[in-house]
Write a protein that binds this ligand. Structure first.
Ligand SMILES: NC(=O)C1=CN([C@@H]2O[C@H](COP(=O)(O)OP(=O)(O)OC[C@H]3O[C@@H](n4cnc5c(N)ncnc54)[C@H](O)[C@@H]3O)[C@@H](O)[C@H]2O)C=CC1
Ligand SMILES: O=C(O)CCC(=O)C(=O)O
Length: 325
């Protein structure tokens, strides 16, 4: 006999459903969380909701969910969940902070390499029947300076991988310790040095009110003209209009983007520039990452519904340990 309803609002791995139904107490319902009307209606009976990044759980969604006890994010970023409103409503929010970080880091490295060597452009030309060896000469990574903006879980994995390409790695993260940076072979700098010295810059910050627009017109005035920028964190941290202007005016050499201010995004002016490559928010899109994210999110829901401490709760009451970076 089921006692609770768990709503899966984005495409999660089959492992999530298997965990949720393990003890027979949870009925799983599926809804397309991007269909706002359907989402709000489905939330009316839900005790828990599981999302990835496409579904917005904001104050309106929470107000439509009188029974809700938990929001589980099968992934890292919580910018699509109003954590303050959930906390005020007594709804526990949990993410799966370590689930997809290797996939996200590997994707950032893949974008950086593809950007350096024009892999997508050369591939497209070849498939269209053009053998254009002269058009797609690239640059080496060895000996270049990589700037890492945000030396948390993903930034650290990227730094370690790209140090192995013989890059000099510097990072800006006011919350990272010197000891942690040293173990990665990374030197911590201030923002000025990060911007003025980096030949590659990779962004690994959460999107918050402090980080929104951080790489904007001002920052992009202070970079080298041979800078190649990678953003596989969140759209909105890099100001797309400022980036477009900098690329167009030759103040930045290239950009590789996995994330956009408004998603889905298919018509950005940035896509019209030859020195921009992009993927549609694929950082976490591997079966390995999705399996971990889905099952961890589902485990958090079971704990929350049972009234037990949830290790990855981001708004846990005092006394419940919340893991930090
Ligand atoms: N493209 C994709 O599919 C994915 C994107 N992400 C994004 O990547 C972001 C980072 O993920 P993690 O590394 O796991 O998070 P994390 O929390 O481990 O690391 C973030 C780091 O940013 C630092 N930071 C915060 N504010 C800062 C500021 N103003 N200036 C400089 N540093 C600052 C923090 O000290 C922390 O070390 C997530 O918040 C998410 O938005 C995460 C997974 C997949
Ligand atoms: O679920 C996804 O694919 C998005 C992953 C992501 O951006 C995150 O975990 O923050």
């Amino acid at each position: 006999m089921t006692q609770y309803v768990a709503l899966i609002a984005d495409a999660l791995s089959p492992g999530a459903r298997a965990v949720l139904t393990r003890d027979g107490a949870v009925e799983v319902r599926q809804v397309d969380g991007t269909d706002r009307t359907a989402l709000l209606a489905a939330l009316a009976d839900a005790d828990a909701v599981l999302v990835r990044s496409a579904t917005r759980i904001d104050a309106e969604a929470l107000a439509s969910a009188p029974r809700l006890r938990a929001v589980a994010r099968a992934g890292v970023g919580l910018d699509n969940v109003d954590v303050a409103a959930a906390t005020a409503a007594g709804v526990l929010v949990a993410n799966a902070p370590a689930s997809n970080v290797v996939s996200a880091a590997e994707h950032a490295v893949a974008l950086l390499l593809a950007l350096a060597r024009h892999v997508p452009q050369a591939h497209a030309a070849l498939k269209e029947g053009r053998w254009e060896r002269g058009a797609y000469s690239g640059v080496e990574l060895a000996g270049k300076t990589l700037g890492v903006l945000g030396l948390g879980r993903i930034g650290s994995l990227v730094a370690r991988r790209l140090a192995a390409f013989d890059m000099e790695v510097i990072a800006y993260d006011p919350y990272a310790s010197q000891a942690h940076a040293r173990t990665l072979g990374v030197r911590l700098t201030d923002v000025d040095e990060l911007l003025s010295r980096s030949q590659f810059l990779t962004v690994h910050l959460p999107l918050t009110e402090q980080t929104r627009g951080l790489i904007g017109f001002d920052a992009l005035q202070r970079v080298r003209p041979d800078l190649r920028l990678v953003n596989a964190a969140r759209g909105g941290i890099v100001d797309e209009a400022a980036l477009y202007a900098a690329l167009k005016e030759g103040r930045v050499a290239g950009a590789a983007l996995d994330v956009y201010a408004h998603e889905p995004c298919t018509d950005s002016p940035l896509f019209g520039l030859d020195n921009v490559i992009g993927t549609p928010h694929l950082g976490a899109s591997t079966p390995e990452a999705q399996d971990r994210a889905g099952t961890q999110a589902a485990e958090s829901v079971l704990l929350a519904l049972a009234g037990l401490p949830v290790p990855d709760a981001v708004n846990a009451p005092q006394g419940v340990p919340v893991p930090t970076v």
